[in-house]
Ligand binder design. Sequence first.
Ligand SMILES: [Zn+2]
Ligand SMILES: [Zn+2]
Length: 298
Amino acid sequence: MKSKSVVQTADKKSIIDIFKADDKELNKKKQIEQVVQGEIWVVKKFLTTKQCEEVIKFSEKQGFKDALVNVGYGLGVLDKDFRDCNRVMVDDFETAQYLAEKLRPYVPLCQEGALYDGMNERFRVLKYSKDQKFTMHQDGCWSPQRGIFSILTIQFYLNTVDNGGCTRFEWDGWDSKEFNCKSEEGKIVIFRQHGWWHEGSHVLKGLKYTIRNDLMYKLYTQKEWQNSKQLHNLACGVCSKKVQAEQLQCGHLFLFCGCHAFYNGDIHLNPEEKKRLRCCIQCNKKIQSTSQELYEIL
Ligand SMILES: [Zn+2]
Ligand SMILES: [Zn+2]
């Protein structure tokens, strides 16, 4: 069954105003809790109670529809055994830009040689009722144009669910573990899309509301970087280091801060094996550079 995505055009005034009304609260520095260093982390009370309540109200007014399972080419299918929840999609560039800046202290400035480029303008508000769930899956990478792509997923939890409704991560291989991220009002979880299996567990009592979005990164050529002087003094909110640019031996430009630069997503490899396999994302050649600092974060 093919169906076009249902996209609501935001009543722009109301959605951005919801966040801007508590601008001061959004600016307060909160603590990052690393669950898996550089892979999954949590910030509690990122959004205020009022913001959460208003977004829920706003989304209910737009009207929730069945969430489809993405099958590529912008198409979705309804498959309730796999994904059973309701959704409102809101495209809002202005709000995405605004929130991306507020998230800067909690997001690595550089990943895989690319620079943090903000948030996807498409907000997906999800609503799970009792017994609804989204079974184990990985989030897909979204790329609106060549050189710009998502690396991280962000979930904003809009209410506290007392029974069920966790985002449950499972990983095995060399380090068998799981993490149940409880839905708590205002909390965010950020995680690497590549390699991380997770599910939206059954909601056992009440409702669960979340917003899901993508955090985007952009690759630069040497020339583009030279023409982007205003970006050269950016410091990473997570590691505090300034962005550094290194031309690799393959010729591609690699931007990095002090944060771990590569995905640990292949959970069946141990850290030493992963190190050997790190390649340029643009040409897939092994990373070679003269910079000792670069090797330290690889
Ligand atoms: Zn950093
Ligand atoms: Zn390359």
